[in-house]
Design a protein around this ligand. Structure first.
Ligand code: PLP
Length: 402
């Protein structure tokens, strides 16, 4: 007479949510949360971009009915999203070889791509970087893949292990899927140079691997075009590939779930077949995507004026993060004898793998109410003009007495 759900075990807690809960429960009014995964401004708040506000005003004035979108999403959005990653002059797009589908954020793009690969290709195994975004493993495992890791960082996450990475990829069998962060690697902030990308592309091509690029922070390293360079280099190499992209961070549209899956195929007939199967996967899963965020994104991307404003606002976010990196590195180098913190300025995007030992992370939490992830990942965007000295002094203090 036991209940239907009695055998269900409790799922493991999301480690980041655990940090947030502990932070929220901390009575210290000066508590600082460096565990967040979103961009916040100098005022500590998630920004509402002016370009988004204006796009929303236009939508409101237009008073369009809230009807269903097509299964594969708003067509203007799909076009805009794929040309943002592949470039407006992409030969693959011009040749009709790129299929783009609106997805529920970048996560939805990864999952849809995983379902396509698992359901319609022989691919069974996925390789993610060690470390990687914490959802990559579970997402691909839940889609039916075996998930393995390739080396990515050394020096406790402060430097890229490029030799290790290429060495591993060079030994993989054809058909294995490789997840690559196009820019602003989460969690380390370590990216490949253009020369290193060229080498990876050569290996992927030579071994017949399936590249699946994850670009969730386009615009946060150098700018919209330079950050997409690895995606464009892969496309130029003529390999079949998948790309999951997201506007969550770049348009600060987190809760609207605006992402895209783009698939580069070898000809337009193949593209038509791939799109037909992607639509079936969507139809049988959530039928069609939500419309509001896609309308905002396509309004911004479709208007030269709003697009220019977006570029400006994105530059503002990127520049603020970079100045926080420089300030933190400078302060720590001044405060801690014999340690070089310049790696913080070489890392890119929202995060830094600080390399701080877990003991130091624990003491920051207990003694200073400063919350970072156990892995040592800190969100550089959570630093601001009011808390940076507190953070630098606390880290230096804990390191001296560790
Ligand atoms: N991929 C990486 C590397 C990420 O860091 C994130 C978000 O943190 C995502 C994908 C998912 O983005 P979204 O919120 O658009 O689903």
């Amino acid at each position: 007479t036991s209940s239907l759900f009695a055998p269900i075990a409790l799922a493991p807690r999301d480690p980041i949510l655990g940090i947030t809960e502990a932070f929220n429960a901390d009575p210290n009014p000066n508590r600082i949360n460096l565990g967040v995964g979103v961009y916040v401004g100098d005022d500590g708040r998630v920004p509402l971009l002016e370009c988004v506000k204006r796009a929303e005003t236009l939508l409101l004035e237009g008073s369009q009915p809230l009807t269903y979108l097509p299964i594969d999403g708003l067509q203007a959005y799909d076009k805009a999203a794929s040309s943002l990653v592949f470039g407006a002059d992409s030969p693959a797009i011009a040749e009709g070889r790129v299929v783009a589908v609106q997805t529920l954020g970048g996560t939805g793009g990864l999952r849809l791509g995983a379902d396509l690969l698992r359901g319609f290709t022989p691919a069974k195994r996925v390789w993610i970087s060690d470390p990687s975004w914490e959802n990559h493993r579970a997402l691909f495992e839940n889609a039916g893949f075996t998930v393995e890791t390739y080396p990515y960082s050394r020096e406790r996450g402060r430097e890229l292990d490029f030799a290790g990475m290429v060495g591993c990829l060079s030994g993989l069998p054809a058909g294995d899927v490789v997840i690559l962060h196009a820019c602003c690697h989460n969690p380390t902030g370590l990216d490949l140079t253009p020369e290193q990308w060229a080498e990876v592309i050569e290996v992927v091509k030579a071994r017949g691997l399936v590249p699946f690029l994850d670009i969730a922070y386009q615009g946060f390293a150098e700018g919209l075009d330079p950050d997409a360079a690895p995606v464009r280099a892969f496309a130029a190499a003529g390999v079949s590939m998948l790309v999951s992209s997201s506007f969550s961070k770049s348009l600060s549209l987190y809760g609207e779930r605006v992402g895209a899956l783009s698939v580069v195929t070898s000809d337009s007939a193949e593209a038509t077949r791939v799109l037909s199967q992607l639509k079936r996967l969507v139809r049988t899963n959530y039928s069609s995507p939500p419309s509001h965020g896609a309308k905002i994104a396509s309004a911004v991307l479709g208007s030269p004026e709003l697009r220019a404003l977006w570029d400006e606002e994105l530059t503002g976010m990127r520049t603020r993060i970079r100045s926080m990196r420089e300030a933190l590195a400078e302060k720590l180098t001044a405060l801690v004898d014999g340690e070089d913190f310049s790696f913080i300025t070489r890392q890119r995007g929202m995060f830094s793998y600080s390399g701080l030992p877990q003991l130091v992370i624990a003491r920051l939490r207990e003694e200073h109410s400063i919350y970072a992830l156990d892995s040592g990942r800190i969100c550089v965007a959570a630093l601001n003009s009011r808390n940076i000295d507190t953070v630098a002094n606390a880290i230096a203090g804990c390191l001296k007495t560790a």
